[in-house]
Design a protein around this ligand. Structure first.
Ligand code: ZN
Length: 243
């Protein structure tokens, strides 16, 4: 099966449609969460996601905030401003959809999926080899897909030496999967790895390959909508440089 794996769309509808176009025909779509937060288009993004066939979608920490199950004070000032706006404009049926998403890890075949980490699915960032090492004890499949950090990368565990390495994967360079890997497709709507293009990955569940990809999109147009909505300037500025 050819599977589109993506995460952290963050209400950026233009980036989402660019990714769906670039990915082309897929058998399934796996989304690791955070449909809302930061960007200008919460309703358009959730509606687009609801239309995707064969979708598996996890709940992200920003999504939980919108469903009212977590106080917005949990988030820092600028993130909170966007969430307050999203809470105000999002439709009831889109909130119902977010409410239906699972907040725990999901296992499909050889892959475990989590928004943040298998150990703490909603909140933990896997940003370094130490955190990655601790998380290897929390999944049993050969590989695990995570989002949340907005960085397209891969952790590998050498089981004999008990050593973890971190590699920034390269767009369009296919990785042949082997146990034990933790892979992050990067963020669709707010990349933080200094490449402003929308990030995603194509997972082939039979050939056991993972191809990180990037899609160009009209960033200026999204920045304009962020400013029109009165959202923090920081959320507009960072899109141009990917931080
Ligand atoms: Zn996120």
């Amino acid at each position: 099966m050819r599977i589109l794996v993506m995460s952290d769309i963050h209400a950026n509808y233009t980036a989402l449609t660019a990714v769906l176009n670039e990915a082309g025909e897929v058998d399934e779509t796996w989304c690791l969460g955070d449909l809302v937060g930061y960007g200008p288009d919460p309703n358009a993004v959730v509606e687009e996601m609801r239309d995707i066939k064969n979708l598996t979608c996890l709940l992200g920490n920003h999504d939980v905030a919108i469903t009212g199950k977590m106080p917005l004070e949990t988030f820092n000032g600028d993130a909170r401003k966007s969430l307050t706006y999203h809470e105000k404009v999002i439709s009831a049926s889109n909130v119902d959809f977010l409410n239906s998403l699972p907040s725990k890890t999901k296992v499909r075949g050889e892959a475990t999926m989590a928004h943040g980490s298998p150990r703490d699915p909603l909140w933990e960032y896997i940003l370094n080899t130490l955190t990655a090492r601790l998380n290897y004890d929390h999944f049993t499949t050969p590989w695990c897909f995570v989002g949340h950090s907005h960085i397209q990368c891969m952790f590998a565990l050498d089981e004999k030496k008990d050593r973890v390495t971190l590699e920034q994967t390269k767009p369009d360079v296919t990785v042949q999967l082997h146990p034990k890997l933790i892979l992050n497709p990067g963020s669709v709507g707010q990349p933080r790895d200094r490449d402003p293009r929308a990030a995603f990955a194509i997972y082939d569940s039979e050939a056991h390959t993972w191809t990180p990809r990037r899609a160009e999109y009209n960033i200026v147009e999204v920045q304009e909508r962020i400013r029109e909505a009165g959202l923090p300037e920081k959320h507009a500025a960072r899109l141009a440089e990917g931080w």
